[in-house]
Design a protein around this ligand. Sequence first.
Ligand code: NAG
Ligand code: NAG
Ligand code: NAG
Ligand code: NAG
Ligand code: NAG
Ligand code: NAG
Ligand code: NAG
Ligand code: NAG
Ligand code: NAG
Length: 628
Amino acid sequence: MRLSFLVLLPVSAAKITPTGSTILLNEIAYYISPHSIGNIALEEHVLDGIESAFGFSPVSVLAQETRPDDLVSVFSTWNATDDVFQPGFAQLILNETQSLGTSTTQEVEIFTQNPSTVVGYVTKSKVPKGPYLLDKETGNLHQAYRLYDDFAGAFTEALLDNNDGTFQVLSAKVVGSATLTIGVPSRLYYEPSKEKPLAGVRIAVKDIFSLAGVKQSNGNRAWYHLYPPNNVTGTAISRLVEAGAVIVGTQKLSQFATSEVATVDWVDYHSPFNPRGDGYQDPSSSSSGAGASVASYRWLDAAVGTDTGGSIRSPAGVNGVFGNRASHGIVSLDHVMPLSEPLDTVGFLVRDPALWDKLQAVMYESNYTSLASSQPKYPTDIMTVTYPNSNTEAGALLNEFAAALAKFVGGSVTTLDVANRWTSAETNSHAGLNFTETFNITYPVLTGKGQDDAVVKPFFADYAKHYDGRQPFINPSPLARWAWAANYSWDEALQNKTIFAGWFNSQILPPVDDPLQCSSSLVLYAGKTGTQSPRNRYDIALPMPFTGFSAARMSVFSGCPDFIYPLGEVSRFSNLTNHDENLPVAVGILAAKGCDGLLARLAIDLVDEGILKVPEVGGSIDGSPILF
Ligand SMILES: *[C@@H]1O[C@H](CO)[C@@H](O)[C@H](O)[C@H]1NC(C)=O
Ligand SMILES: *[C@@H]1O[C@H](CO)[C@@H](O)[C@H](O)[C@H]1NC(C)=O
Ligand SMILES: *[C@@H]1O[C@H](CO)[C@@H](O)[C@H](O)[C@H]1NC(C)=O
Ligand SMILES: *[C@@H]1O[C@H](CO)[C@@H](O)[C@H](O)[C@H]1NC(C)=O
Ligand SMILES: *[C@@H]1O[C@H](CO)[C@@H](O)[C@H](O)[C@H]1NC(C)=O
Ligand SMILES: *[C@@H]1O[C@H](CO)[C@@H](O)[C@H](O)[C@H]1NC(C)=O
Ligand SMILES: *[C@@H]1O[C@H](CO)[C@@H](O)[C@H](O)[C@H]1NC(C)=O
Ligand SMILES: *[C@@H]1O[C@H](CO)[C@@H](O)[C@H](O)[C@H]1NC(C)=O
Ligand SMILES: *[C@@H]1O[C@H](CO)[C@@H](O)[C@H](O)[C@H]1NC(C)=O
């Protein structure tokens, strides 16, 4: 439409910023990115009669040098492997050519329902293959995003990656019950390369990482509303983005990354839904959105979480996916909200161990040795800590795994009693310290006080300044743990932690000099045993400090890597569905500090051996439907 009269207005009267649009193509919802990927010219009249919605028409761009004979197989591969492409994009097929005069327009039959037209185009841009929305008037090509409902309630914000280091909110909504809509770009646009090993990998990020252009919540509403959008993306996430990963949104966590029980503790935001079993089990915390989403959505490849005392391992375990607590210090935690700096780590929740290795190689750079293309010499010494016997279904799975692992590495299984080994004066200069007493409150002191200076004090001061001296609302769990820790000594707790690390990393799980072996032993413990924890419980204790020592604390104090592998499931009678339901069982596996790559490669090998399985999304790790 052309305006015949110009009305002159002050320049400041209307600032219009496009935020993308949505369409339905054959009843499937797509988002049209506001960013154009390139401009093309077509022969006149080829767009006549091509359907469009507010000026946009679905088209497909061919890879260079696609031959006419290959069209049927190319499109059937696209349709089978990419969740964004669909036959509706094949009505008009664009083939790059040197000049328009020489190109030919041909009708072809690819998908029987709708004939396709192949036309030549010229461009100065480099346009990757795949489905696009073509602006008929300007010739601009816009990327197509498939839209999905976040039915697990896992996300805090849906994001559009602007591909310039910044992000904006994805302005799209599909049908859903009080949920967000997440958009993912076509996988066809991306070719992994040496420079961009994660090209097109779809990743979600726990909402404690700063992303440029995005507001952060830390799981707290007052925080979200008080502060402006972040203006920087930290080291860990920047490395993923630079390697080609696509960040699709931020995800829920229990408040300030302290553990919370669903549903009672989750006052500010509703806890995400664990898809496994009866669909009403606690997704655990604090990387709750990460675990629930990776177990629910095939369209999401991985989620980034943090683990201070189990915040990746526990959600990975109960949601039935892989998850790693990384070696402490392996990557900078700049622009990540701290819980306890000496204990905080960044890691991933994933289904596919091969991708897991690639993600770690990118994020941890030179602090990670990928063994994906070498032949590891696995340690033959397997030790179990507080491992159950085989009298229960979960115990049987854990023991079968230990035996299968020992057979695979050609080793044997022994038991390790950490507290007992501590008392040996020959190997421990601190053996005189009572183990139980020394490590009873180390963790709750380090976490309860760890946010004081970096998070709590400045937040309370900023809030008070803004709201006439008021205090912000804090969920019961972080509030109780901060208050409990207030009267204990940080320095003493840090000293105890440091003593443990020195002993454990030299006497119990030392590294070995050979990078193909890396670790002297592998240590196993029961990650999760399929215990029910329905989210409609009222009968839970008030939030308490996490005192005492457990197998899951070994890596926390020593800084060694601690990976969760899903092993299988056990059947439990659910009194919510009046039916038996499957719940995941997981092993925790430790190697010496710095041996993260060994544990990722081991997961790949154990999948190849049939000892582990790649978990499916769904109501069970075999992929059954999710119950609602
Ligand atoms: C695309 O165009 C090139 C020449 O510009 C031609 O060789 C090729 O066959 C065309 N491909 C299709 C599928 O039409
Ligand atoms: C395209 O893929 C969809 C989803 O995988 C499938 O249901 C459909 O049958 C395929 N269509 C054609 C024409 O191959
Ligand atoms: C980025 O944000 C921080 C914290 O709000 C602020 O101190 C800083 O000035 C900002 N930097 C820029 C370049 O806007
Ligand atoms: C490797 O770890 C060290 C120690 O934590 C850290 O200082 C360094 O920045 C890390 N290197 C990379 C490439 O992240
Ligand atoms: C360590 O302290 C605990 C609790 O105070 C006590 O029960 C235990 O007997 C002590 N252990 C030793 C070896 O003294
Ligand atoms: C551990 O600490 C808690 C909380 O202070 C205390 O109640 C408990 O008795 C302690 N246990 C041991 C074995 O010292
Ligand atoms: C540290 O260890 C000492 C010695 O066993 C113990 O008395 C103290 O309670 C511990 N403190 C913390 C904070 O871990
Ligand atoms: C901490 O110590 C102060 C003063 O010593 C006391 O008033 C307060 O009740 C103590 N708090 C806790 C949680 O024990
Ligand atoms: C359902 O089972 C839980 C234990 O998983 C139990 O605490 C609760 O009382 C049971 N509820 C009913 C109504 O039986």
